[in-house]
Design a protein around this ligand. Sequence first.
Ligand SMILES: N[C@@H](CCC(=O)N[C@@H](CS)C(=O)NCC(=O)O)C(=O)O
Length: 218
Amino acid sequence: MLKDILFSTAAIRCLLPKALVRHYSLPIALLADLSLPEYTLTFPLRKVPVLFSLHQQHLSEVAAILFYLNSLASNRDNLVPADTTANSYFQVIRWLSFFTSEYVPALALCFKQLDGRLPYNRPQYDDSLSKIAVMSLMLEHHLLLHNGFLVEPNHITMADLFGASCALRGFNFFFDAAWRKDHPITTSWFLNVTSSPILKDDFAAFQFINKAHELAPQ
Ligand SMILES: N[C@@H](CCC(=O)N[C@@H](CS)C(=O)NCC(=O)O)C(=O)O
């Protein structure tokens, strides 16, 4: 049977969509081949994740894709509050938007310079590290004030799943032992959320770094 296609690579925004498709056994094919015409002709911006649909309008933008996948799973784990007029529903949208539009770009600007995907630019790198520091402090305070979760006390929502999956890049490159000591609540949240059933397989081999990567002078 022909299936809709989620084009998704190893890029960080793709981690949770792929995990949801697998966890809920959704009828969606996962493809990473971005040379297929379904991708090249439909998504000229060449971003991932995107969903090529046979039945409805195609989807880009990870937040929309996460909501869609969640609807196919019938919100089995209450990842998105059912009441679309409730504050917690708006909070989920808030955090998905924050992580995709503020947090990941700041991290990417740094780690892509470290692995050579972006050209060396020290001022931009330092500026982005400062933004990451501000966002990290903001998250730590938010989690402190909200019982260790982004939206609902003691309950993992889509916001926590997406936020923790995005934070992986921070923990891969920058959130070393000293950072973790200064951000204990964010660190516990990350471990808690990434060991939950939807994400645990992707994080089975995860290990903390001792020392943050640094940009070599050029
Ligand atoms: N606004 C999009 C951004 C998607 C995005 O930038 N994805 C990254 C991977 S995590 C990408 O495709 N980067 C390749 C590029 O920018 O050319 C969303 O929220 O989904």
